[in-house]
Write a protein that binds this ligand. Structure first.
Ligand SMILES: CC(C)(COP(=O)(O)OP(=O)(O)OC[C@H]1O[C@@H](n2cnc3c(N)ncnc32)[C@H](O)[C@@H]1OP(=O)(O)O)[C@@H](O)C(=O)NCCC(=O)NCCS
Length: 190
C-alpha cells in the first residue's frame, strides 16, 4: 500500500493511469528531457508516450514492487499534477524526477526529494540510495549535493541530448540519518 506523502508545499500521490494525459502535456519538452537517460525516454516523444509509459512500464513495475512513483501536486491546487518522482530498485539508479517548467526554481523538487529519500530509507528500509546524472544537469546535481550525497564514480553516458560526462552519486541510510540530524529545518512531514 503506497501512501500519500505531504511536505510543506506539496502532496505526493501514487501514480495512476489517469495521470497519463497530464504527463503528456508537461513532460515532452526539451528542458525536461534533455538530461534524461537515452533509451529510457523516446525522443521525439510519441503522442501516446505518457500512456505507454504509465500503462506498460511504470504501473506494472509498481505492482511488482520494483518501483514507487509519486505525482507531485501543490497543496494549493491538489487536482493539478506538476511533476513526478520515482523510486526504483536497481544497482545504479534508485531515484528519478522531473518538474514542469513553470514550477521550477522554487525549491519544490528539493522538498519532494527530501520526502522521497526519507521514504526510501525509513519506510522501504533500503540501506543505500544511488543516482546517476549528467554533470551538466546543475539543478539535479545541487539536489544531490544538498542532501549529503557523494560522487562515487564518473561515467560518460548517453542522454537524450547526446553523450555527456556523468556522475554516479550515493548515500547510505546511516549517512542520511546523520544528515537529517544536522538539517532540522528541512521538511519531512508525512
Ligand atoms: C532537476 C529539477 C527537477 C529541479 O527542480 P526544481 O524544483 O527547479 O529544483 P529546486 O528549485 O529544488 O532547485 C534545486 C537546486 O538547483 C538550483 N537550480 C534550479 N534550477 C536551476 C537551473 N536552471 N540552473 C542552475 N541551477 C538551478 C537551485 O538554485 C537549487 O540549488 P540551491 O538550493 O543551491 O539554490 C528540474 O530542473 C527538472 O525537472 N529538470 C528536468 C528533469 C531532470 O533533469 N531530472 C533529473 C534527472 S537526473
Amino acid at each position: 500500500m503506497v501512501p500519500i506523502g505531504t511536505t510543506k508545499r506539496l502532496i505526493l500521490c501514487p501514480l495512476e493511469l489517469a495521470d497519463a494525459e497530464r504527463i503528456q502535456e508537461l513532460f515532452p519538452v526539451w528542458k525536461v528531457v534533455q538530461y534524461l537517460a537515452k533509451g529510457a525516454v523516446p525522443w521525439p516523444y510519441p503522442p501516446d508516450g505518457a500512456l505507454t509509459y504509465c500503462r506498460d512500464i511504470a504501473l506494472p513495475a509498481a505492482e511488482r514492487g520494483e518501483a514507487w512513483h509519486f505525482t507531485l501536486r501543490l497543496r494549493t491546487n491538489p487536482a493539478q499534477l506538476i511533476g513526478l518522482i520515482t523510486l526504483e530498485l536497481g544497482d545504479e539508479h534508485n531515484r528519478g524526477f522531473w518538474l514542469g517548467v513553470p514550477w521550477r526554481g522554487q525549491g519544490l523538487m528539493s522538498e519532494a526529494c527530501d520526502w522521497a529519500t526519507d521514504y526510501w530509507f525509513e519506510t522501504l528500509r533500503f540501506p543505500i540510495l544511488r543516482t546517476s546524472k549528467a554533470i551538466a544537469n546543475t539543478a539535479s546535481r545541487r539536489i544531490s549535493l544538498k542532501q549529503g550525497m557523494r560522487v562515487v564514480a564518473n561515467v560518460e553516458r548517453g542522454y537524450v541530448c547526446g553523450r555527456l560526462p556523468g556522475e554516479q552519486w550515493e548515500i547510505t541510510a546511516e549517512e542520511w540519518r546523520a544528515w537529517k540530524a544536522f538539517h532540522p529545518v528541512r521538511e519531512y512531514a508525512r
